[in-house]
Design a protein around this ligand. Structure first.
Ligand SMILES: [Fe+2]
Length: 193
């Protein structure tokens, strides 16, 4: 399904190949975890994981912070459920405008638009699932939330402060909710721990 929304010749662009592999890692984790959570459908989880970053394939490097909303705009006409996964996957707390603004590189117009859309989206277990799987997935595999968070901080040049600490806590809360749903530690389900 993802291929249908990729630009022609995408496989010749190394950045797109990295994003594609990452999306496969996310979708694989999402399907495996959904297999352990009776209220979630594994095929749906796979499709959501695969599509969550589709917006990245339609933006220049300097605009990647816009990819959650780009994915939403691309898909909302046909697949509103996937569109909502796209716009929500970067934001563990929809009410944290400070984090949204920082994620959006202080582009207030983009942050306002994202915040406004997120307020109309109910936070579902699928949203938790894709967010968690995204935050543990690299290009070729999975890692602990802490490891990816440290990587994220160093890559983005961010430091630990009130906003990033809140982001970290919100991600841990998501993991906790998934642990509860699965009835076990989801790291164990994925063989990470
Ligand atoms: Fe993303």
């Amino acid at each position: 399904m993802l291929e249908k929304y990729l630009p022609e010749g995408w496989h010749l662009n190394p950045r797109f190949v990295v994003s594609y592999k990452h999306s496969l890692a996310v979708s694989d984790a999402a399907r495996r975890l959904a297999n352990s959570i009776s209220s979630l459908d594994p095929d749906t989880a796979y499709a959501y994981g695969l599509m969550h970053d589709v917006g990245k394939f339609h933006l220049e490097l300097g605009e990647l912070y816009k990819h959650p909303r780009m994915g939403y705009e691309l898909l909302r006409g046909q697949y509103l459920d996937i569109a909502e996964i796209c716009i929500s996957h970067a934001f563990p707390d929809f009410s944290s405008f400070d984090h949204i603004l920082r994620y959006c590189h202080d582009d207030t117009e983009e942050a306002d638009a994202v915040y406004h859309i997120l307020q109309g989206i109910p936070r579902t277990s699928y949203i938790d699932l894709v967010q968690f799987c995204d935050k543990i997935s690299g290009v070729d595999g999975w890692m602990l939330l802490e490891s990816k968070f440290d990587w994220y901080l160093s890559k983005s040049g961010m430091i630990r402060d009130e906003i990033t600490n809140h982001y970290d806590m919100s991600l841990r809360a998501i993991k906790h909710r998934l642990d509860e749903l699965a009835g076990e530690d989801v790291y164990g389900v994925l063989g990470i721990a």
